[in-house]
Write a protein that binds this ligand. Structure first.
Ligand code: NAP
Ligand code: ZN
Length: 352
């Protein structure tokens, strides 16, 4: 069979600027799902990768790992999807299938995961992401988009949503009334607020400025809002939170946030700081506090967050843009000027 030639938008160097790029997809194997990309969310990780801030970028790089598409072709062994179904792909498109993490259905922690883009596929070629017209993905790494969910709403759930959901799931059904902190109100943070609220937690947003106060309290339904630079406000909130979901994509002083936690409270890092973070051991010891990390979520959890979203009738706040706006959109993301997630209308951008 002939390999399909597709058009994506790629970064060529560490300027991170995206422009049209033509490449071929692999042939459809028996386990593969081929889909036309409808929408793709824009994540801060894309920016880290496009600019080689994590020092592992191979160019040309077609980003995009919050991909929603419509199935156009199925491999001979694929039973769980039909042509025209809406499907989703998140951050990973492969794993070894044999290690303990894979066997325990937490394949995101497999040492041999294949990232949706900037990864190396089994055939030795670079993987390319959802800022492109068509994708071919192994069915194990494809989820079903519930019918009730609009595709552009579903897109951010596939990375940002499951990143907030996976660590918060441990608190689901807790008998205690939990006090949650969401640090950084961006793409991941705003979904974190909605998920924590839907789980019944009392939610405090901790933000770097006052700019998002009204939106956080009125649009997202947060219960309280703290400005991290307001020392008096931070002091009053000391020892009040059971956990903090830390989504900040930059170096930030952990000693400002650890005092907010109660005894046995947990700071969960999901934001990727490009340089090491520092903390004082005393801040953990006195209060038996914990710092943990969490990486996206499993395929099972990705399906779960989609169902959770549909069942609870939640709505994320997205700004849908066309591909010719993508560089501008990343520039605005960097300036913290998006409420709260850009979603690319890929199909509507007529890439071909
Ligand atoms: P985003 O939309 O840019 O949001 C980040 C938020 O953090 C901003 O809205 C801002 O909120 C705050 N912030 C930004 N710069 C800051 C600074 N210098 N100091 C303090 N606060 C700052 O980014 P995102 O897409 O949500 O991603 C957040 C981070 O999570 C990124 O590092 C991304 O790579 C990472 N991530 C990790 C995973 C994972 O699996 N662990 C998955 C997805 C994303 P305020 O205006 O409220 O301060
Ligand atoms: Zn594995």
């Amino acid at each position: 069979m002939e390999r399909r030639r597709v058009i994506g938008w790629a970064a060529r160097d560490s300027s991170g600027l995206l422009s049209p790029y033509s490449f071929t997809l692999r042939e459809t194997g028996p386990e593969d799902v081929v889909f036309k990309v409808l929408y793709c969310g824009m994540d801060h990780t894309d920016l880290h990768q496009m600019r080689n801030e994590i020092h592992m970028t191979n160019y040309p790089l077609v980003p995009g790992h919050e991909v929603v598409g419509e199935v156009v072709e199925l491999g001979s062994e694929v039973r769980k999807f039909r042509v025209k179904d809406n499907v989703g792909v998140g951050c990973i498109v492969g794993s070894c299938g044999e290690c303990l993490s894979c066997k325990s259905n937490i394949e995101q922690y497999c040492n041999n995961i294949i990232l949706t883009y900037n990864g190396t596929y089994k055939d030795g070629r670079s993987t390319q992401g959802g800022f492109s017209s068509l994708m071919v993905v192994d069915q194990k790494f494809v989820v079903r988009i519930p019918e009730k969910l609009a595709p552009e709403q579903a897109a951010p759930l596939l990375c940002a949503g499951v990143t907030a959901y996976s660590p918060l799931k441990q608190f689901k059904g807790s008998k205690k009334a939990l006090n949650a902190g969401i640090l950084g109100l961006g793409g991941v943070g705003h979904l974190g607020v909605l998920i924590a609220k839907a789980m019944g937690h009392h939610v405090t947003v901790i933000s770097s400025s006052d700019k998002k106060r009204v939106e956080a309290l009125e649009h997202l339904g947060a219960d309280a809002f703290l400005v991290s630079t307001n020392a008096a406000e931070m002091e009053r909130a000391a020892n009040s939170l059971d956990y903090i979901l830390d989504t900040v994509p930059a170096v930030h002083p952990l000693q400002s946030y650890l005092p907010l936690l109660k005894v046995e409270g947990q700071l969960i890092l999901v934001g990727v700081a490009p340089q090491p973070l520092h903390f004082s051991s005393v801040d953990l010891i006195l209060g038996k506090k914990m710092i943990s990390g969490s990486f996206i979520g499993s395929m099972e959890e990705t399906q779960e967050i989609l169902e959770f979203w549909a069942e609870k009738g939640l709505t994320s706040m997205v700004e849908v843009v066309k591909m010719n706006y993508v560089n501008k959109a990343f520039e605005r993301m960097e300036r913290n000027d998006v409420r709260y997630r850009f979603v690319l209308d890929v199909a509507g951008s007529n890439l071909e």
